[in-house]
Write a protein that binds this ligand. Structure first.
Ligand code: TXA
Ligand code: MG
Length: 364
């Protein structure tokens, strides 16, 4: 916390303006990793690539370092963080691991699976936002792994964007949001998967899918031989998983999302775009390859994959949203990018619904 002056009335007030830091861009080399580890050990903030999106890391057992993450991101302190580990064996130091959780860890780690488990006392309340559980994952990205192994400590890391904005898949995205709010970024190029990890809550008797993500829920269900319970609805009370907040990943330009399948959704996409153009608006479209031929003239497009190729759409989604948001447009329009009931299509549907200002449902 720092003292600041209210712009409206000039009263001194407590604000959480983050400490100004000079952000260094570190190469993906051993020297860069050593430097990043020194910053983390000293309580600093380092962004790093994972296979899903870039994370903003701090020493996960140092409460002050963890608080700095919340300040830099402007993230509410009741939204808990994921602890990232360099090796599966380290999980026992921060969480109580049930036999089911151990099976999942052996099968899906390293990889884009986050497990919510009962926490050990070593984990500061700042990480778990006061909950008695902690989220953990062992990422698969080689640079993330090298960093975590060299650091030899749990690294608390949310996605490295300003709170509520689209997650970053490139170092440029992190710098756009967090330059001079964090100490360093390890530049490892593109985060290939493009959507965040799948989160499964294993802290009570029946496992629950809290967030669809990089690993399809069905794959986890098939491996365990059981159905995952669905996420609880966000009721506005204390958050079961604050990632379930309804507005998230939002561009500043309003996004209209058409949900449903072709051809109804395709037709509605076209009419929605035509209506915006007729009203004199500048329109951006998150464009599926399937829709190239039915697009009116005069719109700005970002091309994603085809309906049948959600891997490509996921890899490009946040980058495309950020690009359109930077193009000074009045409205963005998109339709569901894949079958919303399976695989990465579920994660894409979830992210688009949270990013959307208005949802148009074309389903009968
Ligand atoms: O792929 C990812 O998961 C990326 C990379 C950097 O690892 N991280 C990420 O972190 O997406 P973040 O903070 O943006 O999203 C983590 C989500 C949040 O919605 C948070 O509420 C939820 O995990 N979470 C963390 N700890 C939790 C807990 N103990 N119980 C329930 N939800 C939890
Ligand atoms: Mg996030």
């Amino acid at each position: 916390m720092q003292k600041g002056r209210c712009r409206a009335c000039d009263h001194v007030q407590m604000t959480s303006i983050p400490a100004r830091r000079q952000t260094r861009v570190l190469d993906a080399t051993q020297a860069g990793i050593v430097e990043a580890v020194a910053i983390l050990r000293a309580g600093g903030l380092v962004a790093f690539p994972t296979e899903t999106v870039y994370g903003l890391g701090a020493h996960g057992l140092d409460p002050q370092a963890v608080r700095a993450i919340f300040e830099a991101k402007q993230r509410p302190s009741d939204d808990p963080l994921i602890l990232h580990l360099g090796h599966v064996d380290l999980v026992d130091e921060v969480a109580l691991v049930s036999p089911l959780a151990r099976q999942l860890a052996e099968r899906f780690w390293p990889g884009p699976l986050t497990m919510v488990l009962p926490k050990r006392p070593a984990v500061p309340a700042e990480v778990s936002a006061g909950l008695d559980t902690v989220a953990v994952r062992v990422p698969a990205h080689p640079l993330a792994r090298a960093l975590l192994i060299e650091a030899g400590l749990p690294v608390a890391a949310p996605s490295a964007n300003l709170f509520g904005r689209p997650s970053p898949t490139l170092a440029e995205h992190v710098l756009h949001d967090l330059r001079d709010r964090i100490d360093a970024i390890l530049d490892g190029g593109r985060a290939t998967l493009g959507v965040e990890s799948t989160i499964v809550d294993l802290s009570s008797c029946a496992p629950r899918l809290l967030r669809p993500g990089g690993i399809p829920g069905e794959e986890i269900e098939a491996f365990l031989g059981l159905r995952l319970l669905p996420a609880l609805e966000n009721t506005g009370g204390p958050q079961p998983s604050p990632g379930l907040l309804s507005m998230h990943y939002s561009p500043r330009t309003p996004l209209v999302l058409i949900v449903g399948e072709p051809p109804a959704a395709q037709r509605r996409l076209r009419t929605e775009i035509e209506a915006a153009l007729a009203a004199g608006q500048h329109v951006g479209v998150l464009l599926l390859e399937d829709d190239v031929d039915c697009l009116p003239q005069g719109v700005v497009i970002e091309r994603l994959g085809a309906w049948s190729d959600p891997t490509t759409s996921a890899a490009r989604l946040f980058e495309a949203i950020r690009a359109l948001d930077a193009a000074s447009l009045d409205v963005l329009v998109a339709r569901d990018l894949a079958d919303v009931s399976i695989g990465l299509g579920r994660a894409l549907a979830d992210r688009l619904r949270r990013a959307a200002r208005r949802i148009v449902d074309t389903r009968p």
